[in-house]
Write a new protein. Sequence first.
Length: 143
Amino acid sequence: MYVAITSYTTLNLKGMYATNNNFYIEKYFGESISLPLGSFYITLKLGDYSFQTLAFITRLSIILFINNKRKYYCELSIVKDNFNILEKNLKQQTESYLMSLDEKDYATIFIPNIKYDMDKGYTAKIDFDKIDFLRKRNKSDQT
């Protein structure tokens, strides 16, 4: 079943692109996905030889910060540095997004999962210590 679902999501991918404010995932079938920049992180995991693509694959996941929910997953045979460049360019939007969340939403972020992905090199580094410090400072400035 996993192979069928993964094959479908991979073959159904029409394109991905970013604008100034959003990241879009276009599909051939079903609704396309639009995500505000900074509201997600991307993991790229090198896979093994795959019979679906007959090549070495990269497992790409787009995961929302809120509730650590995976929004999209596919396997690609060729991944260039585009996603690494996107992640670096998203740093400011990601920090702003995480700082803007209320306490309830920020508490739903499963930081150990993200830190695990960062330690393994699957995703760009996010300085949660800096974000926590700035959130506390902003909170104390408001009182």
